[in-house]
Design a protein around this ligand. Structure first.
Ligand SMILES: NC(=O)c1ccc[n+]([C@@H]2O[C@H](COP(=O)([O-])OP(=O)(O)OC[C@H]3O[C@@H](n4cnc5c(N)ncnc54)[C@H](O)[C@@H]3O)[C@@H](O)[C@H]2O)c1
Length: 315
């Protein structure tokens, strides 16, 4: 039976991928150092998976993690622009060193057939050209964006040097169940839902006209599984994963008001350092190479997520 390794599998995106793989009947191993992830995210699956708790920048641990593995889904990272501004050394360690260690272990394993890794739309920076196409020159504006881009370049280098198949999926703004709403560094959607469901005002940094391509988690999980099995495109491609549409933060608050049946007005504060103003994906490459399509649109995704928050509160 095919054996899958999910790095960062106790995190938001990783644990959703693990859940799908287990549901589809695959054999799954998770490696996670629980730095930003939570054991809680995989607690219900723990008797159905192997779990290695540790940091993949430790090469011996990475070797153990890839032993007997066919496919690797590499999600491990410290996924936050502001956190990378506060701690660029930690960001580089947990993303760049960890990726090199994983790739080298995969090459030496001789069993790994392909690695699909999480890249980020942060690589496009503040280039005003929209939509973002993969051929555009990267303009990383934060240590996080540099680290994610470096992961992509290591993918190219390991293919060039060792023939290791690596595809990099440049996620736009992913949202869905298990995303942590409670830290300063949290993504905007879970934070807004958690605040607005208590009837409180969300804080928008900037004027609210900042726009993002918010993509519901189910689309991202499917993209990863398609990328593992699609015919090899001939080189280690970088592929956008979004919806191809963007909404502003003001529109996001409007949609949530609509779903909650409220009329809450946001508070506005100064724009944060390193944040980009607008972002929307061109998803034609994903459609062509992966056969990717948007299964759940933003509004439906928000509705599902609000329901998930309500269920969680009732548990
Ligand atoms: N959430 C988004 O909108 C988004 C957008 C673009 C890219 N990404 C990328 O997607 C991936 C998953 O992001 P997420 O939102 O699920 O974040 P997350 O913080 O929930 O998950 C990352 C996981 O990696 C683990 N981890 C970190 N460094 C590790 C290491 N060195 N060894 C082992 N485990 C380690 C953490 O404990 C955590 O469980 C990341 O690579 C991130 O950069 C996310």
């Amino acid at each position: 039976m095919e054996y899958y390794l999910v790095t960062g599998g106790a995190g938001f995106i990783g644990s959703n991928i693990v859940e799908r793989l287990v549901k589809d009947g695959f054999k799954v191993r998770v490696v996670d150092n629980l730095s930003t992830g939570k054991f809680e995210n995989i607690r219900k699956l723990i008797h159905k998976i192997d779990f290695i708790c540790g940091d993949i920048s430790d090469f011996k641990l990475a070797q153990k993690a890839v032993e007997g593995i066919d496919y690797v889904i590499h999600q491990a990272a410290i996924p936050s622009v502001p956190l990378s501004v506060d701690d660029p050394i930690g960001t580089n360690h947990s993303m760049v060193s960890a990726t090199v260690s994983l790739f080298q272990a995969a090459v030496e394993s001789k069993t790994v057939k392909r690695i699909v890794q999480a890249a980020s739309s942060a690589a496009y920076g503040d280039n005003p050209v929209l939509p973002k196409r993969e051929e555009m020159d990267p303009e990383p504006m934060s240590p996080y964006a540099v680290a994610k881009l470096t992961q992509e370049y290591y993918g190219r280098a390991f293919y060039h040097v060792h023939g290791l198949e690596v595809l990099s999926l440049r996620y736009f703004n992913v949202f869905g169940p298990k995303q942590d709403p409670n830290s300063f560094y949290s993504a905007v959607i879970p934070k807004f839902i958690s605040i607005m469901q208590k009837g409180k005002q969300p804080t928008i940094y900037g004027d609210g006209l900042t726009s993002r391509d918010f993509v519901y988690i189910d689309n991202v999980v499917s993209a990863n599984l398609k990328a593992l099995k699609c015919p090899w495109p001939g080189k280690p491609e970088t592929i956008n994963i979004g919806t191809g549409e963007s909404i502003t933060l003001n529109q996001l608050v409007d949609s949530l008001n609509n779903i909650f049946g409220t009329e809450i007005k946001p508070k506005y504060e100064a724009q944060r350092v390193g944040d980009v103003k607008h972002s929307v994906a061109d998803i034609s490459k994903a459609q062509k190479i992966l056969g990717y399509k948007v299964e759940t649109n933003v509004y439906d995704g928000l509705t599902k997520l609000v329901d998930w928050f309500k269920e969680k509160d009732n548990e």
